[in-house]
Design a protein around this ligand. Structure first.
Ligand code: AMP
Ligand code: MG
Length: 358
């Protein structure tokens, strides 16, 4: 499918937040919409149906609750308590234990490319504080000794870490929040909705006219222009989560450094990719429990960005996880896995070359 960039922008009628994936739809019914700033991110909810107002309210309260639960910068979050415990066992509750357990699972599955204990390294690069700097190689090497999920231990609602190890759920938290949004939409029997939580989109149901939601994959070369897309995805009942170096970066001595760190080196991943989008089904059997596929997509988008094209596609072929991918490469290609072949639209004028892989 091909569509001009201008037409694509016109199609994206509703929520288009700068620098992030966006989900947009038609206007037959009046939705309840809300923009929220939480988890250091501009978020947008658009919810349809008779219970839409109540669901939007519940969703906002839930996002605030999650911010308080997962923040590593607030004084009184359980994550902060864990980070300050100096090795002591800490009560973090069942919910956070389940998320830490999921983080450990995805860390193992990705051979450590996703690793939330990368926290001290992210801090050394200044991405937690905004005071960006390029750390010395010796400093990076010594911090890497504290990194690894083998330093994290869980037991029945409690957690403890080896004394120097630190936890940063920034690579998975918004995906978990999108799982919670899906849970709220299910509970309020919402027929259709979109939730754009930074680069994490939930496309719930279909648009009011019964066609899929249109989710734009931001062009990493033009992050400041939200209408500049690398491709469009036509999705229903799906999570679509994007990680990209363009989302947070700084310059020093003519070099650009971004926020996704390769745990093998302690340096920003230089894998030849400029963004990775991971798509998966958002419906689940109620017995499956949370965290769900939103969390999975978030962990994997970070990990596959670190891995690069070849390893990411190997992972897609062999992991057994039901996901589809859009990889945008530094050399101007958009690589789409075959499950999305009928669901993606090329953007003429973007200059990208499109490849479908199986
Ligand atoms: P995302 O936008 O989901 O790709 O997450 C990026 C954020 O996760 C960064 O801002 C860091 O806080 C953290 N992070 C950076 N590198 C990694 C990594 N390799 N594994 C897990 N979290 C990471
Ligand atoms: Mg992520």
């Amino acid at each position: 499918m091909k569509v001009s960039k201008k037409r694509a922008a016109a199609l994206l009628a509703a929520v288009c937040l700068a620098g992030m994936l966006s989900a947009c739809g038609g206007q037959a019914e009046e939705p309840s919409s809300r923009q929220i700033f939480a988890m250091d991110t501009a978020m947008a909810l658009t919810v349809y149906g008779t219970e839409s107002s109540a669901a939007v309210q519940a969703a906002e309260e839930e996002l605030m609750r999650l911010e308080a639960l997962l923040s590593r910068t607030s004084e009184d979050s359980p994550v902060t308590a864990l980070n300050r415990a100096g090795g002591r066992q800490t009560v973090v509750g069942e919910e956070l234990t389940a998320l830490l357990d999921a983080a450990g699972t995805y860390s193992r599955k990705t051979g450590g490319a996703f690793d939330p204990t990368i926290a001290p390294v992210v801090l050394a690069w200044g991405f937690t504080t905004g005071h960006n700097r390029v750390p010395d190689p010796e400093e990076v090497a010594s911090l890497l000794e504290t990194v690894g999920m083998e330093h994290v231990h869980l037991d029945g609602g409690t957690a403890w870490m080896d004394p120097e190890t630190q936890m940063d759920l920034g690579g998975i938290g918004k995906g978990y929040a999108s799982d919670r949004m899906a849970e709220i939409f299910r509970r309020y029997e919402i027929p259709r909705a979109t939730a754009a939580l930074g680069g994490n989109v939930l496309a719930w149901g279909t648009r009011p006219d019964g066609t899929p939601w249109r989710v734009g994959v931001q062009d990493p070369r033009s992050p400041e222009d939200s209408s500049a897309l690398a491709c469009l995805l036509h999705l229903e009942n799906a999570f679509a989560v994007t990680s990209g170096g363009y989302q947070r970066h700084f310059e020093s001595e003519g070099q650009s450094y971004h926020h996704i760190i390769d745990p093998a080196t302690g340096y920003p991943a230089q894998s030849g990719l400029t963004s990775v989008t991971v798509v998966a089904d958002c419906r689940r059997d109620d017995a499956a429990g949370l965290p769900g596929n939103g969390t999975m997509c978030d962990a994997l988008s970070t990990a596959l960005f670190v891995m690069g094209e070849e390893k990411a596609l190997d992972f897609w072929r062999t992991s057994g996880l039901e996901v589809e991918l859009v990889l945008v490469t530094e050399d101007g290609r958009v690589v789409v896995t075959k499950g999305l072949a009928e669901l993606f639209e090329e953007i003429e004028e973007s200059g990208y070359r499109y490849e479908i892989v199986s």
